[in-house]
Design a protein around this ligand. Structure first.
Ligand code: 5GP
Ligand code: ZN
Length: 126
């Protein structure tokens, strides 16, 4: 979709701190992170929300969410994490291209460098 910011990120028209990519899914650091390692997981194919996304694509997104959650646990060692999906403006959705937030939670929040976090979390295989 031409006007969609996440479609532009997937297509490389807008820069992002990419963590992981496969045929179906793109994952990047959130630009306004709620914690160290706050990651977004988005399908490459545009759909607006939970109602619109194809089941097969949703399964691919969730497989990537699991892979990235394990990766975050191994590398950043949070005490827990939240997996959040907002559908609809009233539910807090601000970008209308389906995405899932992975938000690591720490007993003690730490100072961090965003580029170092991106480098640490990056999964290089395709
Ligand atoms: P929502 O509120 O729709 O669930 O989440 C949208 C998320 O996308 C927000 O956490 C926001 O910080 C993030 N976001 C918005 N624009 C950009 C962008 O251009 N790049 C990145 N990396 N994240 C973005
Ligand atoms: Zn889009």
């Amino acid at each position: 979709m031409d006007s969609c910011i996440f479609c532009k990120i997937v297509n490389g028209e807008i820069p992002s701190k990419k963590i992981y990519e496969n045929d179906y899914v793109y994952s990047l650091l959130d630009i306004s992170p709620q914690s160290k390692g706050h990651v977004l997981v988005i399908p490459k194919k545009h759909s607006r929300d939970i109602y619109e996304i194809d089941d097969d694509i949703l399964c691919e997104v969730m497989k990537a969410v699991k892979k990235l959650s394990v990766n975050i646990k191994e590398k950043l060692n949070p005490e827990g994490l939240n997996i959040v999906q907002n559908s609809g403006e009233i539910a807090g959705q601000s970008v209308f291209h389906f995405h899932i937030h992975i938000i690591p939670r720490y007993k003690r929040e730490q100072e961090y460098d965003i580029d170092e976090v991106a480098e640490e979390l990056r999964i290089k295989e395709l």
